[in-house]
Design a protein around this ligand. Structure first.
Ligand SMILES: Nc1ncnc2c1ncn2[C@@H]1O[C@H](COP(=O)(O)OP(=O)(O)O)[C@@H](O)[C@H]1O
Ligand SMILES: [Mg+2]
Length: 272
C-alpha cells in the first residue's frame, strides 16, 4: 500500500511528511523570507531566497564561504536594505525607517564571530549595559539580570573580569549573555565558534545547545557540522547566494537530495 503511494508521488509525500514533522509548524512562523534578493553592484549576494523559521526552532545555515549566509543574517536584522522580496518578523515586514529598525533590532540578539565586547567594561557591565541604556532599566535591576545570565552561561565567577582577562570561549559566552539580556525573540549567531581555540569551542556550543533546549528560536551560521546534525531542527544549505537544499538534519546529513550538498559536506570531512 505504502509502496503504491510512494511510487506515484515520492517528492510530495516526502515534503508533506517533513513539513508536518517540523518543529513549531503548529504556530505562525517567527521569520519568513520571501524571494529575498540582495546585490552589491553587479554581484548578486542573495538570489530569490525563500525560507521560514518557526517558533522554538534552531535553523542552521551552512555552505561555502561567500555563499551569502552572513548577508542573510544582516538582512534579518535590517543591517542591509533588500533589493527585492521581503523579510517578515511575526508576520510584519521589516520597517525601513531608522527608528523603527532600531526597535525591531532589539527583538533579535546577535552574536558575532569576533565577540565585540566593550574592552573597558567588566563582563557584568557588558551584559548590564543594554538593559540600562536601551531598555531604561535601573542599574540594580540590570546588574541582577546580568548576574543571573552570567550564571546561566557558567561565568558567575568571572563577572568582574575585563574581556582581556577572559578566554575566547568565555568572552563569547559573555557576548551570548549580553544578547540575552535584551530578552530577544530570536537569536542570530554568525559563526560564533570560528575564532575560538579548539578547546573552548565546546563550552560555547554547550551554552547554545542549552538555549535551544529551553526553546529559544535561533538561526546559526556554522561550520560545526556535528552541532548542526545534533541540535538543528532545520538545515539550509547555501551556495552562490541561493538555497541549494533545505530540510531536517537527517535529510541533509544522511540523505542529501542534491549532489552539491554531498560535495560540500565531504569537503568538510563529514562522513555521516
Ligand atoms: N558590503 C559588501 N560589498 C560588496 N560585496 C559584499 C559585501 N558584503 C558581502 N559581499 C559579498 O557577498 C558575498 C556573500 O558574502 P557573505 O554573506 O559574507 O558570505 P558568507 O557569510 O556565506 O561567507 C561574498 O562574495 C562577499 O564578498
Ligand atoms: Mg559569513
Amino acid at each position: 500500500m505504502n509502496d503504491i503511494i510512494l511510487e506515484h508521488a515520492p517528492a510530495v509525500a516526502g515534503a508533506a511528511a517533513s513539513a508536518a514533522a517540523r518543529k513549531g509548524a503548529d504556530q505562525p512562523p517567527v521569520l519568513v523570507y520571501e524571494h529575498v534578493r540582495k546585490v552589491y553592484g553587479d554581484f548578486v549576494a542573495l538570489n530569490d531566497v525563500s525560507l521560514q523559521v518557526n517558533k522554538g526552532e534552531v535553523m542552521c545555515l551552512i555552505g561555502p564561504s561567500g555563499s551569502g549566509k552572513s548577508t542573510l543574517l544582516r538582512c534579518t536584522n535590517a543591517l542591509e536594505k533588500l533589493d527585492g522580496g521581503r523579510v517578515l518578523l511575526d508576520g510584519v515586514a521589516l520597517p525601513e525607517s531608522e527608528s523603527d529598525v532600531r526597535r525591531v533590532r532589539q527583538r533579535m540578539g546577535m552574536v558575532f564571530q569576533s565577540f565585540e565586547l566593550f574592552p573597558h567594561k567588566s563582563a557584568l557591565d557588558n551584559v548590564a549595559m543594554g538593559p540600562i541604556t536601551v531598555l531604561g532599566m535601573s542599574p540594580e535591576a540590570a546588574r541582577a539580570r546580568a548576574m543571573a545570565l552570567l550564571e546561566k552561561v557558567g561565568l558567575a565567577a568571572k563577572a568582574g573580569n575585563f574581556p582581556a582577562n577572559l578566554s575566547g570561549g568565555q568572552q563569547q559566552r559573555v557576548a551570548i549573555a549580553r544578547a540575552l539580556a535584551m530578552e530577544p525573540e530570536v537569536m542570530l549567531f554568525d559563526e560564533p565558534t570560528s575564532a575560538l581555540d579548539p578547546e573552548t569551542v565546546g563550552e560555547v556550543l554547550n551554552v547554545m545547545k542549552k538555549l535551544a533546549q529551553e526553546g529559544m528560536t535561533m538561526i546559526v551560521v556554522t561550520h560545526e557540522m556535528s552541532f548542526a546534525r545534533r541540535v538543528a531542527n532545520w538545515v539550509v544549505v547555501f551556495e552562490n547566494g541561493a538555497i541549494l537544499e533545505q530540510g531536517p538534519p537527517t535529510q541533509i546529513f544522511d540523505n542529501p537530495q542534491v549532489a552539491r550538498t554531498r560535495d560540500f559536506l565531504s569537503h568538510l570531512g563529514w562522513e555521516g
